[in-house]
Write a protein that binds this ligand. Structure first.
Ligand code: IMP
Ligand code: MG
Length: 441
């Protein structure tokens, strides 16, 4: 292969694995960074030079100004949220032009109606709430699949907007969902935002097809395999496909251009929203980890549930994505832990279970079986090379990668770009071997 690799970055747990910071780091070697699914439900936090930026729709490569950012067709776009995010970035000095920022003109659109339906339906669910982000993604995808949604290019045609939302329909919706805008104001706003965003509209499938042939395209996933509409813990999932295979579908680019799939995992697990969580740590111990790891939703601010590493879930994520390597983040949070637990398998109804049950609901009856690793006391924030990592941290990373049978790509020891170590299994194994030889001298 003469061209540089095209790489997909995806979440191997339940979202919030720090995909944003991994994407930001890997974007240094990329020419193009593209989002291919999800929408403003994602919250990707990136720290550069001590400054925090939370991205929702714009790819996390945008802070690497040499890259071109692309929002591809698989992303459900709230045009107002997108415009706000573009302005937030501009205020930070990020340059955004039609040359370095492209939005697929055929992305499905989220309107204020979808957001109102999201709130309405969550309230109807009562105790069975999914815990959605209320960004309207689910209802917009319902309209997309029912073939009554609108695409971004429709915003450029006033008559089409009137056809999609005729007065009588809009009035009925207003009655049901208490919409704030008048019919005219609703359509006018969509038409105006369409005009504002038009310069960035592109045929991104055509663009990316050509760019993938040149290489160095980074596909940034959102959510995770366990939140995938079909492969996740249904119904407590998002409404799009989040598995790596969707990188092709969501961009309109052949899967034959994808060379590498990096799965991101945190050293522990978090979940925001409802759904089974066998390794959850509750009470004071859970609260302490939540505070230490700053586990609060980047999109909604909700406290995330926290738990130990779950190998059943991790292996499942790794398999459905087909990852070739793993990036493991947040090692710094485990500093000061006496011991670290990993769930190797579940016991469900008296049986040992090593693979994710096809009915994920079975996990709500799962009793986790743990093994323990020694923790480490060292503060890792200044660790700038793998050689400076504590032996226990290296052993933990090797154990996870070996359990999945994949290479290790990166290790995160803090939120900043500089707190990223590029490693490999060979490098980490060599370090351990040298330490053993030194010890035996
Ligand atoms: P929705 O995507 O807003 O419909 O939410 C559906 C479920 O996916 C809820 O449990 C959300 O908390 C979860 N979810 C959606 N996006 C993310 C994310 O980016 N990180 C973590 N969880 C997410
Ligand atoms: Mg997030």
């Amino acid at each position: 292969m003469t061209r540089k690799e095209n790489t997909v970055v995806v979440g191997c747990q339940l979202g919030d694995e720090s995909k944003g910071r991994v994407t930001d780091y890997m974007a240094n070697n990329a020419r193009i960074v593209v989002r291919f699914q999800g929408g403003a439900n994602s919250g990707h936090t990136v720290w550069v030079n001590g400054k925090k930026t939370v991205l929702h729709l714009v790819p996390s490569g945008v802070l690497n100004q040499h890259t071109i950012s692309v929002i591809a067709t698989g992303v459900t776009v709230d045009p107002f949220a997108l415009y706000e995010e573009m302005n937030m970035l501009r205020e930070q000095g990020v340059i955004i032009t039609p040359d370095n920022f492209k939005i697929a003109a055929n992305c499905p659109v989220i309107t204020s109606i979808h957001k109102a339906i999201d709130v309405f339906e969550e309230n109807l669910r009562g105790a069975n709430k999914i815990g959605t982000t209320l960004k309207g993604i689910g209802p917009a995808n319902v309209d997309r699949v029912a073939r009554k949604g609108i695409k971004l290019y429709d915003l450029l045609h006033y008559d089409r907007l009137e056809k999609f939302f005729p007065l009588e329909v809009y009035q009925a919706l207003t009655y049901k969902y208490a919409l704030e805008d008048s019919h005219r104001a609703f359509i006018d706003k969509l038409y105006v935002i369409g005009k504002i965003l038009k310069p960035y509209f592109a045929d991104t499938s055509l663009f990316l097809d050509a760019e993938c042939k040149k290489g160095a395209v980074l596909f940034e996933g959102a959510q995770s395999g366990m939140l995938d509409i079909d492969y996740g813990s249904y119904p407590n999932v998002t409404s799009s496909h989040c598995i790596a295979g969707y990188a092709s579908v969501g961009t309109g680019v052949s899967s034959r251009y994808i060379d590498k799939i990096v799965g991101v995992a945190k050293v522990y697990t978090t979940r925001v929203g409802a759904g089974p969580f066998p390794t959850e740590i509750t009470g004071d111990e859970g609260e302490a980890l939540r505070q230490k790891g700053s586990e609060f939703g980047a999109t909604t601010g909700r406290p995330r549930k926290v738990g130990w590493m779950d190998l059943v879930a991790l292996k499942y994520g790794a398999r459905v994505h087909g990852i070739t390597s793993i990036a493991i983040t947040k090692f710094d949070i485990f500093s000061g832990f006496d011991s670290i637990k990993v769930c190797t398998h579940y016991t469900i109804d008296g049986k040992n279970v090593y693979d994710m049950p096809v009915d994920h609901e079975d996990c709500s009856r799962a009793i986790p079986n743990y093994i323990s690793f020694d923790g480490w006391s060292e503060n890792l924030s200044q660790v700038d090379s793998a050689e400076k990592l504590p032996t226990q941290a290296i052993m933990y990373a090797l154990y996870l990668a070996d359990s999945l049978g994949v290479e290790i790509e990166l290790i995160g020891v803090g939120p900043n770009r500089e707190q990223t170590l590029v490693v490999s299994k060979k490098l980490l194994s060599d370090i351990i071997n040298i330490r053993i030889i030194e010890m035996n001298k």
